[in-house]
Design a binder for this molecule. Structure first.
Ligand SMILES: NC(=O)c1ccc[n+]([C@@H]2O[C@H](COP(=O)([O-])OP(=O)(O)OC[C@H]3O[C@@H](n4cnc5c(N)ncnc54)[C@H](O)[C@@H]3O)[C@@H](O)[C@H]2O)c1
Length: 279
């Protein structure tokens, strides 16, 4: 069977395409025959059809870039992200959620029926269900400015970790938004990667300590490669996965399953859960 994942000749947009999982995603999609538009604040080395600079912290810039992309778009892969320190918590939540949502909402009218939005969240989202009522308020805000205003008014809720909170939001967002997208025949899903060898990893190890990051390694016993995250993301976005929607896929080497069944301990997950509840 040729074109197993159905990307040949399809038009797709990849954010974060300059590095790590986004770069791996863009490379795989080019290899699968897709016309890739790469968006990043940095330059990508992937030989894509079109590369545009975007700053996901900047509403006007996002709007200019979105306007310059013609439809029909068959897939959006939202991979750009910041890890928190040394970047500010504010920039982190802007890039990871506010800018990502704004771009996605602007591109949806150009997306074809049968297309999909595939987002990278994180295993740091563990326990996100505890925050559904508060996060729903944020999801109900309109546009970039609506989210910014809500976040400014509720700084205590998320500022203990713009990173973890942005990932709680993404896991909630895919289930919350899909019922509306379904009317257009568009799916949305996310992956929750475990520790992955990318340019972001030193920031996590410096902030938490390597031993703490290592607690998020599943029974598989090692960090993931960027390609091991890109493939599940590319599969989720494929028309072959047409009945998978509003879903959170844990791409974590079995960590969440083992945690759920009490077969693995990660003290930091309990600590961040407690921290989140206190705010
Ligand atoms: N590396 C890990 O261990 C890990 C684990 C779980 C989830 N994640 C998530 O995976 C995603 C990809 O991260 P990665 O690990 O490949 O890191 P990375 O640093 O290699 O890639 C992140 C990309 O986002 C881009 N970016 C940053 N700020 C931007 C902005 N303002 N506007 C546009 N683009 C911007 C960067 O230029 C970079 O190309 C992120 O959402 C991250 O939170 C990473």
């Amino acid at each position: 069977m040729d074109d197993v994942l159905g990307y040949a000749g399809k038009s797709v947009v990849v954010t974060g395409a300059a590095s790590g999982m986004g770069e791996a995603t863009a490379r795989i999609l080019v290899d699968l025959g897709a016309q890739v538009t790469a968006l990043d604040i940095k330059e990508t080395k992937v030989p894509v059809a079109r590369a545009l600079r975007i700053d996901l912290r900047d509403r006007e810039n996002i709007e200019q870039v979105a306007a310059s992309i013609d439809g029909p778009i068959d897939g959006l892969f939202s991979c750009a992200g910041l890890p928190g320190p040394p970047f500010s918590e504010w920039d982190t939540i802007l890039v990871n959620f506010v800018g990502a949502r704004h771009l996605a909402e602007l591109l949806v009218p150009k997306m074809s029926a049968g297309s999909a939005i595939s987002v990278i969240s994180s295993s740091a989202a563990i326990g996100w269900q505890d925050h559904i009522p508060v996060i729903t308020e944020l999801l109900e805000t309109e546009g970039f400015d609506g989210a910014v205003n809500w976040l400014r008014e509720h700084e205590k809720v998320w500022s203990w970790s713009g990173y973890a909170y942005s990932k709680y939001i993404i896991d909630a967002w895919v289930g919350w938004w899909y019922p509306e997208l379904a009317k257009r025949g568009i799916r949305i899903n996310c992956i929750n990667p475990g520790p992955t060898e990318t340019a972001m990893m030193p920031a996590f190890q410096n902030l938490m300590g390597k031993d703490v990051v290592d607690q998020a390694v599943g029974p598989i016993g090692r960090y993931s490669t960027p390609e091991e995250q890109a493939w599940p993301l590319v599969c989720l976005g494929s028309p072959r996965f047409s009945y998978v929607a509003g879903e959170v896929l844990w791409t974590d080497g079995g960590w969440n399953g083992a945690m759920t069944m009490g077969r693995h301990q990660a003290q930091w997950a309990e600590d961040t859960g407690e921290m989140a509840k206190r705010h």
